[in-house]
Design a protein around this ligand. Structure first.
Ligand code: SAM
Length: 338
């Protein structure tokens, strides 16, 4: 490089300012590459052993016309030091790739993917989405991915279930789970209360199918699992316990009173409503979740814990209680009696 070029770079183009940004750019490239590598099955495939370009093309079900693009994508992984390429074989190299490729880290990997695909997009596109009235729709989310990532909350939700069961002297005979996701709490309830009749609904077909797989894997055949939306559910005084885990924000703010009224109607006298949800005022992950839903036509902002308590009382529920489930985080359980 000539001295004049270096002088121009330093004094006119401020090369130092650009160099300081390099590590941030690198993080964006790395997280994007590794997320796609995980969701496409590339990481799982390389976890089994090294693979050639042709083997990966076959594994990713790509035809020959995509070989150049596939090679360019894998080259990015090599440059980011997430992969190696030696003697015509690709292998895993980076810490992040190796971490996400492990079977035992699949729930964390799903959470990571949710952050990169949806939270990152919401942060990036919030101003233009607001300017162009371009709201997110349900189809913008992969329901199965969200159901998998929600499983990270399992220990907290199980604690909330136990807390709610302690509020009543007799065990519930009929439970309704609204928005059952991957179905992990159905398994918990089934094992915890074997004599109990359980009905579960979710309004996304792919999610219901996922819940069905969870039930089958656990040899559970006596849960009434339906592809149905909450407001479609008829019946009066039918349930002793209704649970809504991590989904009150799938309903817009203006509809939440209606949700509580409908739950009230479906409950037997003395029946319990249990909700678990992230609320306003949490970490950056909760703020990003709140942003996605506030930019969407799907639901609305996360509830405010005090406000939700008041709304429950306005909906005629009694013995309304809430409990912080995650120390230091705005993640709560709400229980109320009809
Ligand atoms: C974030 S996921 C949580 C899934 C599960 N409850 C859990 O905690 O792992 C929210 C779920 O609620 C479902 N859902 C939202 N609104 C619903 C409605 N009106 N009727 C039925 N299911 C609904 C969604 O399809 C989604 O599967």
């Amino acid at each position: 490089m000539q001295l004049i070029t270096l002088k121009k770079l330093i004094f006119e183009k401020n090369i130092f300012a650009f160099l300081r940004l390099g590590k941030h750019v690198d993080t964006v490239y790395r997280t994007s590459f590794v997320t796609a590598a995980n969701s496409s099955g590339l990481l799982a495939s390389l976890q089994q052993g090294t693979k050639s370009l042709e083997q990966l093309q076959h594994h990713l079900q790509l035809d020959g016309t995509k070989q150049e693009a596939l090679s360019a994508w894998l080259e990015c992984g090599v440059r980011l030091k997430e992969l190696t390429y030696k003697n015509g074989q690709y292998a895993l190299k980076g810490k992040l790739s190796k971490h996400l490729a492990k079977q035992e880290n699949q729930i964390a990997a799903a959470m990571f993917e949710e952050a990169i695909r949806y939270h990152y997009d919401a942060l990036l596109s919030a101003p233009t989405r607001m300017q162009n009235n371009h709201a997110y729709q349900l189809a913008d989310q992969d329901g199965s991915l969200i159901a998998r990532s929600s499983q990270i909350l399992e220990p907290f939700v199980e604690e909330a279930i136990e807390w709610c069961l302690k509020r009543v002297s007799t065990e519930p005979k009929h439970i309704l789970e609204v928005g059952c996701g991957a179905g992990q709490y159905l398994v918990y309830l089934h094992n915890r209360l074997p004599a109990c009749e359980i009905t579960a609904i979710d309004y996304q077909l792919a999610v219901v199918e996922q819940a069905q797989r969870t039930l089958s894997a656990n040899q559970i055949t006596n849960i009434d699992l339906r592809h149905e939306s909450f407001f479609e559910l008829a019946g009066e005084s039918s349930y002793d316990l209704i649970t809504l885990h991590n989904n009150i924000y799938y309903f817009p703010q203006r509809q939440r009173m209606q949700v509580l009224n409908h739950a009230y109607k479906l409950l037997k006298p003395g029946g319990q409503l249990l909700m678990t949800t992230s609320c306003q005022g949490g970490s950056s992950a909760i703020s990003a979740l709140n942003l996605w839903f506030s930019l969407s036509d799907v639901g609305g902002v996360l509830p405010d814990a005090q406000q939700l308590t008041s709304t429950l009382k306005q909906a005629q529920f009694s013995e309304v209680q809430h409990k912080r489930l995650m120390p230091g985080e705005s993640y709560f359980a709400f229980a109320a009696t009809k």
